[in-house]
Write a protein that binds this ligand. Structure first.
Ligand SMILES: Cc1cc2nc3c(=O)[nH]c(=O)nc-3n(C[C@H](O)[C@H](O)[C@H](O)COP(=O)(O)OP(=O)(O)OC[C@H]3O[C@@H](n4cnc5c(N)ncnc54)[C@H](O)[C@@H]3O)c2cc1C
Length: 588
């Protein structure tokens, strides 16, 4: 194990003292190394009946270690073995950037940040309760990694009272640390951030944190609303989710099946990086809450990129971290979490402020909910509702809210049992994506009151049309889907042409809520300290990749927790980011 300071910290009751009475505890380790410090903190947390509900651990590293090296380092500690086994599932695809790994039934949140130390520290947006400073490097190399900017960046992650534990190899940093406001005890290995000057915070113009957990109403029971509800309930909030429809997932999230797949771009743009983080989080939820093979499967997805030239030359990428998934099942699972209450047939028509609560009223002015905080997760329904309540809350800053558009989509589908034999022979074994997609061999459950055997269905999608234009006939959209299929898988397209032409093909359709820059909106609806009206919407064509990420981001902002992505990337999702965005590409 690393060195004596860390070992004594692990075995001492210091951890219990440090987190006593807190709802969550946040630790920042400047060198994740072989993970021993993290594993021992997690182990101590697990064995302390008075430990906080949530353990947040942010580990920084210039390069992730292999899982074998992690296991080797912990081999003398059999008590850590079950933890390692749990971690193993997630130890993959660790590219530079932030990776949120959800462990221990969602109560231990490891954020592994890979990159250059100073940059990673600057990209944090939370105040840590404790710092583990173990440079784990020789004194010569220490000065290559640590300089006064690094120490200043570390100090910006601390509040007055943040504890710091140093390993002996960090002692050469003492004078720099003291100059930045850290004070140490006689051992010089223990310290506290306690500068003799007033601490000024320049990050963020206003304070987004809520003072303590309480009640929250979420408008909209789709992927966005249900994931926000589950993320908040996990942190102790009492959440009521209201929807116009009698059942949840009645909007775009009622999609029979969709793809959880990262976005790819030549310049690895914000959408691509965010989608990778979102896919990781979504797959973790699926593993935890859904039935593999029935509600989802991490089959991977083959992405064919048509290069647009006449001979339609194709390149293909295989996304291993990708899946098909039935969103309705996940929405239901989130709404069934402790602390979440769903109210159907509850269309919110207006909101009224009464002391420190919002009353949610129906079209007849009847109260259908009340809460201290409200999250608008009702996709395209959010803006009209917000416009109507501008008089009630004049601080609403709707001019800074990027515009959203409705984009209709129709998914074509049929049963494999009734598809031509040649088509079944040509269907791929796993989903194929590109300009459109084909999702084959999806089990569909018979109605609960029928004795019919389970069947398998194929899905080909999806049309894309602005909802301001008159709606196209379903037959026209089916043919557009068939054309996409013919480009993606020409032979299969030919095989299925008779099915499409004979109108045996079935459909599911709804409307996506899309922003111009294709990034969701997450954040407050006005600029003030502790805002109580928030939005989580604009998931576009990627609600299954973005919803959990957005929910975690919102919950992290309320709780002053580490963010699941770097602060710079998180800003690209900020709700009040303004209206000057690029026009969308009309393709999915
Ligand atoms: C054809 C098609 C194919 C798609 N394929 C994929 C895919 O493969 N992968 C993927 O990631 N995404 C896909 N999507 C997109 C995905 O479905 C959406 O991004 C996602 O479902 C949006 O979730 P949401 O919760 O924001 O919105 P919705 O699911 O639309 O939820 C909004 C809810 O708000 C409710 N509501 C509205 N106003 C009020 C009010 N005033 N009071 C109370 N309730 C209200 C509505 O009833 C609705 O239930 C597809 C979408 C379509 C249409």
């Amino acid at each position: 194990m690393a060195d004596s300071a860390i070992a004594s910290y692990k075995t001492s009751p210091e951890l219990s003292k440090a987190w006593a009475g807190l709802a969550s505890w946040r630790a920042l380790e400047t060198n994740f190394g072989l993970g021993e410090q993290f594993l021992s903190v997690w182990h101590a947390w697990k064995n302390d009946p008075k430990a906080p509900r949530l353990l947040h651990y942010v580990g920084l590293t210039d390069e992730p270690t292999t899982f074998e090296a992690l296991s080797h380092a912990a081999r003398q500690y059999p008590e850590l073995q079950p933890l390692l086994d749990e971690l193993k599932v997630h130890w993959m695809a660790l590219l530079p950037g932030f990776h949120r790994i959800v462990l221990n039934d969602g109560q231990v949140l490891l954020t592994l940040c890979i990159g250059e130390l100073t940059k990673l520290l600057r990209d944090q947006q939370f105040e840590t309760d404790s710092v583990f400073l173990n440079p784990g490097t020789s004194i010569t190399a220490l000065s290559d990694v640590w300089n006064s900017w690094t120490v200043k960046a570390l100090a910006r992650c601390c509040y007055r009272g943040t504890l710091v534990s140093l390993s002996p190899s960090a002692l050469p940093l003492h004078s720099e640390l003291k100059a930045c406001g850290f004070q140490f005890d006689a051992s010089s290995l223990w310290g506290v951030f306690n500068p003799h000057w007033e601490i000024k915070r320049s990050r963020g113009a206003f304070n987004l944190t809520t003072e303590s957990v309480g009640t929250c109403a979420v408008i909209g029971a789709g992927l966005a609303g249900a994931s926000v509800a589950a993320a908040l309930a996990k942190r102790g909030w009492q959440v009521q989710v209201l929807d116009t429809a009698p059942l949840s997932a009645a909007g775009a999230s009622g999609l029979p099946v969709g793809l959880v797949v990262p976005h790819v771009s030549v310049d690895d743009c914000a959408q691509s990086r965010l989608s990778r983080s979102g896919v990781r989080l979504m797959l973790q939820q699926a593993r935890h809450l859904l039935r593999r093979g029935q509600d989802w499967a991490d089959t991977g997805v083959l992405e064919k990129q048509l290069d647009g030239t006449q001979d339609m030359a194709q390149t293909a990428i295989f996304h291993q971290q990708a899946a098909w998934l039935k969103p309705t099942q996940l929405v239901r699972a989130w709404l069934a979490q402790t602390g979440v209450r769903f109210t159907g047939q509850a269309e919110v028509a207006s909101l009224k402020k009464q002391s420190n609560e919002w009353l949610l009223l129906d079209g007849e002015g009847r109260e259908i909910g009340r809460a201290q905080q409200v999250v608008f997760a009702n996709a395209g329904g959010a803006l009209p509702l917000l416009e109507a309540m501008q008089a009630e809350e004049p601080r609403l800053n709707l001019n800074r809210l990027p515009p959203v558009h409705g984009m209709r989509g129709l998914l074509s589908w049929g049963l494999h049992a009734s598809a031509p034999e040649a088509a079944n022979a040509n269907f791929p074994t796993l989903p194929v994506n590109g300009s459109g997609s084909v999702i084959p061999w999806i089990p569909i459950e018979p109605e609960s009151n029928s004795n019919a055997a389970s069947e398998q269905a194929w899905y080909v999608g999806s049309s894309y049309q602005v909802d301001k234009q008159p709606e196209l006939a379903d037959a026209v959209n089916h043919l557009a889907n068939l054309e996409r299929l013919k480009q993606l898988m020409p032979e299969l397209g030919e095989n299925l042409t008779p099915v499409f032409q004979s109108e045996q093909v079935q459909h599911w359709k709804n409307t996506r809520c899309v922003t111009l820059d294709r990034l969701p909106l997450v954040g407050p609806l006005y600029e003030a300290d502790h805002p109580s009206l928030w939005i989580c919407a604009g998931m576009g064509s990627r609600g299954m990749s973005f919803s959990v990420l957005c929910a975690e981001l919102l919950a992290a902002q309320w709780g002053n927790e580490p963010l699941p992505v770097g602060a710079a990337l998180a800003r690209s999702l900020f709700s009040l980011r303004g209206r000057g965005q690029q026009a969308p590409n009309p393709q999915d």
